[in-house]
Design a protein around this ligand. Sequence first.
Ligand code: HEM
Length: 537
Amino acid sequence: ETLNTSIEGVGGPNDHRTGTGETEESLTNRQGHPVTDNQNIRTVGNRGPATLENYDYIEKISHFDRERIPERVVHARGAGAHGYFETYGKVGDEPVSKYTRAKVFHEPGKRTPVFARFSTVAGAKESPETARDPRGFAVKFYTEDGNWDLVGNNLKIFFIRDPLKFPDMIHAFKPDPVSNIQYPERMFDFVAGSPESLHMITFLFSPWGIPANYRQMQGSGVNTYKWVNQDGEAVLVKYHWEPLSQGIRNLTQKEAEEIQAENTSHATQDLYEAIERGDFPEWELCIQIMSDDEHPELDFDPLDDTKLWPTDKFPFLPVGKMVLNKNPENYFAEVEQAAFGTGVLVDGLDFSDDKMLQGRTFSYSDTQRYRVGANYLQLPINAPKKRVATNQRDGQSTYYVDTPSGRNPHVNYEPSVLDGLQESKQVGKVHEPHYNDKLVREPIERTNHYGQVGETYRQFEEWEREELISNLVAALEVSHEKIQEKMIEHFTKADSDYGRRVSEGLAKAKEANKNQNKKHTTTVKAQKAMYSAQRKG
Ligand code: HEM
């Protein structure tokens, strides 16, 4: 059967201009030319030399040469899936309109399409998914008001509370710039000098640091946002994703090592195969609410992302659920090119003054303009599933022009009386927080580095504490003594039992190493400890 091209007759067997015999199965190049030989380049005689006008070859190889885009600077390894979010239309037992006018949460049962991407943080694009590392949990909601991205992690807190420290933190966690090996010593060198990270480290080195897969883990927005109602009144909110029927499961170090020996893509595979067999993972979205003020009664600052909001005072209130029911059709087009950012909010959702959130908000779209390109928002995975009408034009890989039909395509500016685009009306009252303070560079007052760390440590079950100590000892054992001392000091301030057990563990390890006449080393052994290839017995 001949191909029915838009220019009648072109390319078919009866096309005397090309005479190519193109059919439905035919391979073509990107110019639409049928490829008649995909095995041999054109040469002078069958032994060469080659000629430079081989268009098919040059198009094929030069496209191949450009197949990779820069991997994400963090969260490079990931898996994604499509699905929907279904709102309960309520916040716990209260009407949602009391707190937010965001349409995505209104009308019980209403579904909004979503795309979710899960990831590890420090490893490169094809690194093992068994790493002890936070897991990214990013969701793009294609709402009727445009896109909303909730870019979270599995753990509910973070290492740092000031975005200025992020590049240093990531440098310390990523491989050494000389050897390209990831050393726990570098990580703990940073952590020892950044006591705010102790809470996150305590979760990360416990079994909570290796979720069993992407389906059986929680998610959290980590940073504090605001919900704004029709009257412009705001409350502080934190978001949490709780797995429904699939439950929560973490791995011990040993279990992770066993999986890693066999499979470095187990989490991607688990998600993909579950969706293929119709076993769709589901999460309930819960929020915690606080009034929008400084809360001097708390021993921590509500905008400090290294702290948990205690659930007895700020309960989890269910607001809806997400179901992931469709795998990507193409990994690169959808998962790799997906671009999430904390700045991507819709009417009724707002930023808080959380410094980290503000710092992140610049970083995401900045990196995406570099990583994916200036027109990354025109790609189907990133474009809203609603009308877009801008005066933004041109740039690399412009795919279409954002002028809706019926508007004057000559007018790419505003204001104009010549049928150009107009500002839309503000419907809800704008939330206008009032500020009156000095502009400073200062840490927050209620740093309280240790209080919640001790509470978390004591709340773990005993087997979780054992894992935590053993994993910490394995990483600290290969770190400089000064770092060990500082870390023991920090752990002791959080809980004396915590400090004592790490200290005893390290002493024991030192004794064992001495017996084996081993020198302090931060090379291969350190890498193994980090990447869990070998666990100390
Ligand atoms: C990815 C920056 C903190 C969650 C990224 C990317 C950057 C970045 C540049 C790569 C984005 C891309 O290439 O598309 C920062 C900065 C932070 C910060 C500057 C602190 C100041 C956090 C925190 C969380 C988080 C606290 C958790 C709530 C994520 C996730 C991704 C990501 C889930 C991957 C998104 C995806 O799947 O594409 N971050 N980040 N980040 N970040 Fe952050």
